[in-house]
Design a protein around this ligand. Structure first.
Ligand SMILES: [Fe+2]
Ligand SMILES: [Fe+2]
Length: 169
């Protein structure tokens, strides 16, 4: 059985993943409205992936006998100065998520609560990938600045993403 503290942290994490899903969906709409269809498609896949993350914790809570408590999701930011600022926000959000996952893992370890630790380890690995992929896009956007040919090349490249990325399990 999970402690109240651990259950609270996992419920907060379900909320954080759903918030990320909602934010990335808003970002996808913003890119789509500006005809950056590759960026829009990438963010939409990312939004789906965040939903899947929320559900991994949701199902974990079911298995571990925890009590699921869903919380409010605020309206996400819906305007950005440009693609660079937008992807900087993605990267910052992923860093915040990594810190939150580490925090939960720390609670589970401190409480010698072993059941959720393999899922938490999966999330630690996942966050390494999430931070890296967001950072890579930020670096490319910083490099090309507003060169339209280069931006369209990145847009095409990101549009080739076919499914949610996930580290090997
Ligand atoms: Fe996530
Ligand atoms: Fe993420």
């Amino acid at each position: 059985m999970l402690s109240d503290k651990l259950q609270g942290a996992i419920n907060d994490q379900i909320n954080m993943e759903l918030k990320a899903s909602y934010l990335y969906l808003a970002m996808s709409a913003w890119c789509d409205a500006r005809n950056f269809l590759g960026f829009a498609g990438w963010l939409r896949k990312q939004s789906e992936e965040e939903y899947a993350h929320a559900m991994r914790f949701f199902d974990g809570m079911r298995e571990w006998g925890g009590t699921i408590r869903l919380k409010a999701i605020d309206e996400p930011t819906q305007s950005w100065e440009g693609l660079l600022e937008l992807f900087q926000s993605v990267y910052q959000h992923e860093c915040k998520v990594s810190a939150a996952i580490n925090e939960i893992y720390g609670i589970a370890v401190a409480e010698k609560c072993y059941a959720p630790q393999s899922l938490l380890q999966w999330f630690v690995n996942e966050q390494v990938e999430e931070e890296n992929s967001a950072h890579e896009i930020v670096a490319k956007l910083e490099f090309v600045k507003s060169d339209p040919t280069a931006l369209l090349a990145i847009d095409r490249e990101l549009g080739q993403r076919t499914s949610a990325q996930s580290p090997s399990e």
